[in-house]
Design a protein around this ligand. Structure first.
Ligand SMILES: O=C(O)CCC(=O)C(=O)O
Length: 290
């Protein structure tokens, strides 16, 4: 068995050095800093009366559009109006994430829909190569979160446990600065993807970090990929003056996307915004292929 697959099977995660160059990390950090600053400036928007209702109506409209578009989705890619729809979709994603804006502009979700630097980092050739080996086919990206300060993620697994197409979904974190024990590094419980579901649940219900948690002292520009059933999370940021910037990405095998996009995740706060991808499967697929 090739080494990557052997350690994946044994540990449930793999570390990939240098998936981004120092210049790529710096450019992405600069872009994210601008976007976080912009999000902080418009934070007051979320409290305006009527915005949630507006968002619900916008989502309703986009769902209808998606249903109408679905029969032509395959041919739509070559149509001249596809580019316009994609621009519209990006604007929608921007609007919705501005309205929902989780965690006081501390994380930016679905940034890949609206930012080419996020897309480029998530689509780094080294990461795609490893995912292709793990999936046995080309991956698609369906979810990203950029962390401005980072750390403090509860112990969890990424599986929603509802649909078999989740079987091969993979999570990843690309470090945008060095992780060390003081800035809330990620941790994994190696091999926990092979435990039975009840034992995994027990581990995720214990206080963070659970027994067996191993910190990942990832260097800036490196990535770690983990199995959807692997117990993971992050240590507290002991030094509150520091950040642990990173880009978390979730990928599925290309053939699973149409079914995955129909999934309705179970609705933990963490996954709430994953519904955005689910609400627009047709355009998410078109976007993923660009
Ligand atoms: O970077 C983190 O703190 C957590 C990322 C994560 O657990 C995930 O994307 O599932």
């Amino acid at each position: 068995m090739p080494p990557l697959l052997a350690s994946w099977d044994r540990d449930g995660y793999v570390e990939l050095p240098a998936v981004l160059t120092a210049a790529e990390v710096a450019a992405l950090n600069e872009r994210l800093a601008e976007r976080f600053a912009r999000a902080a400036r418009r934070a007051h928007l979320t409290s305006l009366p009527g915005l949630r209702e507006l968002r619900r109506a916008a989502i309703g409209g986009f769902k209808l559009r998606d249903r109408l578009l679905a029969p032509w989705a395959e041919r739509a890619r070559d149509r001249p109006w596809t580019a316009a729809l994609i621009r519209l979709e990006r604007a929608r994603a921007e609007l919705v994430s501005a309205v929902l804006r989780e965690d006081g502009a501390d994380r930016m979700v679905m940034g890949y829909l609206t930012d080419e630097r996020v897309r480029a980092a998530a689509g780094s050739p080294r990461v795609l190569e490893a995912l292709t080996e793990l999936f046995g086919e080309r991956p698609v990206l369906f979810f990203t979160t950029s962390f401005r300060t980072g750390g403090q993620s509860e112990t969890h697994v990424d599986s929603f446990g509802e649909d078999p197409c989740d079987a091969s979904f993979v999570g990843a974190s690309i470090a945008l600065e060095d992780f060390d024990i003081a800035n809330g590094p990620l941790f994994v419980v190696p091999g926990s993807h092979r435990l039975d579901a009840r034992e995994r649940e027990r581990l995720t219900s214990l206080p963070t970090p659970p027994p067996g948690a191993v910190p990942l002292l990832t260097r800036s520009g490196d990535a770690v990929l983990w199995h959807r059933d692997l117990v993971h999370g992050s240590f507290p940021r002991l030094d509150r003056a520091r950040s642990r910037r990173s880009l978390a990405c979730h990928y599925a095998p290309r053939s699973a996307l149409p079914r995955r996009a129909r999934l309705r995740p179970l609705g933990t706060a963490w996954y709430r915004l994953d519904r955005l991808a689910a609400e627009s499967p047709t355009l998410t697929r078109l976007l993923a292929e660009r």
